[in-house]
Design a binder for this molecule. Structure first.
Ligand code: GDP
Ligand code: GDP
Length: 442
């Protein structure tokens, strides 16, 4: 459990930090803004143990880079913490800066303990009453300097810990591992140009790290590197033909797609730019998205297109309309014949895998949820409004979220789609198949 102490300068954050950590780690000074660096240490309050972060003191001036740096440090500390201790000075009363900071803390949607410090000998009673106006719940009156109010603080903190979502906040780790090749497959109807494209991509000028007899008896893979990114092409019709396996053009390519999907992380659907989005193309895309793979559309034979601008516009519009499950899927015009835009296609593949591997912290998700629900509240079903308490990411590749809500079975599909599209937009996940599971909080 990570607890961050927040509040404006000089309210006694460092004093409280020292008391809970039990060492004189922070420098205490009457000069505002003296406690500059963010410190983190294991802390204890009676039976509770946790990690404590002291955010930089901040006086609210916006006239220098030091303040800006402190703001960003504070924001980072707040991002990482599960619970906040928001400290005000009970003697000074609530200031406008307290209100600004409190609003920021409130928006983050994490459990907050409001602390009215410097309240020794009940001196701060009046001001701590005033602190109710911050909208952060009941203030706990303490004296960090004199060690008063410890038991109340302990109880409030224990209660806040109970409100922390059970799934740990995970790091938003760098999405892709450069050391591992991206597994990519090319699929599409017969004659759209898959094998020409594949041969172009792994052509002479690429560093071919060796065709290998594939992953299973009937699949074939080849590894290559572009701009230091390794790729592994798995089981494509193009490769198989290259390896002189007979390929009947009549065969339904869905069979290829299903096989390729077993191993691929990202699937490039090759369309013929002169006849894009035929029924079979859409079936293939739908299959890929339902399997939860990342998808990129290559609009091949671009050299045959006479009016590039309207054609690409129409294709992107069609993709948005026809593939709503992966709204915003990237459409890249290419020519396997001339090699035009092939590098761009592979860069887009890398980008698609990065997005597909995205990990979004519980904190960011819940800040998003607050706004999404406020803009468009969940419907009332059977006279009772459905409440969504919080959302967390359970899995990546594809991004899979769990929403804890009061009546999962009653949340209409249209509202679920709204949430998914809102996640896609907010966290910049165009073209990514996003999964949302609904659960009742335990
Ligand atoms: P920070 O800037 O929020 O980290 O505040 P500090 O911990 O540096 O404290 C600012 C000033 O308030 C210092 O002079 C502290 O000695 C004083 N102070 C901190 N806690 C208390 C308290 O409980 N009572 C009183 N009277 N003064 C306190
Ligand atoms: P596959 O069945 O999808 O593997 O398609 P092929 O790679 O065998 O290509 C089918 C036909 O389209 C061949 O005649 C290719 O030369 C042609 N073709 C492939 N890519 C392009 C391209 O970018 N431009 C043009 N004009 N023709 C292409």
């Amino acid at each position: 459990m990570k607890v961050a102490i927040a509040g404006r300068a000089n309210v006694g954050k460092s004093t409280l930090f020292n008391r809970l950590v039990g060492k004189r780690l922070a420098i205490v000074d009457d000069t505002p803004g003296v406690t500059r660096d963010r410190r983190e240490a294991p802390a204890r309050l009676q039976d509770l143990t946790f990690d404590l972060v002291d955010t930089a003191g901040f006086e609210g001036a916006d006239d220098g880079t030091l303040e800006a740096r402190m703001w960003s440090q504070m924001a980072r500390a707040l991002d990482e913490a599960d619970v906040y201790l928001f400290v005000v000075d009970a003697r000074a009363g609530v200031t406008p800066l307290d209100e600004t900071l409190a609003a920021d803390v409130r928006r983050r949607g994490k459990p907050v303990v409001l602390v009215a410090n410097k309240a020794e000998g009940r001196l701060g009673d009046l001001a701590s009453m005033e602190a109710y106006s911050l909208g952060l719940g009941d203030p706990v009156a303490i004296s960090a300097e004199h060690g008063e109010g410890t038991s109340d603080l302990r109880d409030a903190l224990a209660e806040a810990f109970e409100r922390v979502p059970p799934v740990a906040e995970e790091d938003e780790s760098p999405a892709i591992d450069l050391a591992r090749p991206i597994q990519v497959a090319f699929v599409g109807r017969p004659n759209v140009g898959k094998s020409t494209l594949v041969n172009r991509i792994v052509g002479e000028d690429r560093m071919l790290t060796g065709p290998e007899a594939g992953l299973t008896r009937d699949s074939i893979a080849v590894e290559f590197t572009i701009d230091e990114q390794r790729f592994k092409l798995v089981d494509t019709a193009g490769l198989r033909r290259r390896a002189k396996v007979t390929d009947t053009l009549e065969r339904l390519s869905t069979g290829d797609t299903i096989r390729a999907l077993k191993y691929a992380e990202v699937v490039v659907v090759v369309l013929d730019a002169t006849q894009p989005f035929e029924k079979q193309d859409l079936q293939i895309i739908d299959l890929i998205v339902r399997e939860g793979r990342a998808v990129v559309i290559a609009l091949n034979k671009w050299d045959l297109v006479e009016e590039p601008d309207p054609t690409i516009r129409a294709a992107r519009e069609a993709a948005t309309r026809l593939v709503p499950q992966a709204a915003g899927v990237r459409v890249v015009p290419v020519s396997a014949k001339s090699g035009r835009n092939v590098d761009k296609l592979m860069a887009t593949v890398t980008e698609a895998v990065t997005r597909w591997s995205a990990r979004i912290s519980t904190g960011r998700l819940n800040r998003w949820l607050e706004g999404a629900v406020a803009r468009h509240p969940p419907p009332a079903v059977g006279g009772r409004r459905i409440k969504i308490r919080y959302v967390t990411q359970a899995k990546t590749r594809p991004p899979t979220f769990v929403a804890f809500c009061s009546r999962p079975e009653a949340l209409p599909p249209a509202y679920q789609r709204y949430l998914i599209n809102s996640i896609r937009e907010k966290f910049d996940l165009p073209g990514v198949p996003i999964r949302l599971n609904l659960r009742k909080p335990d």
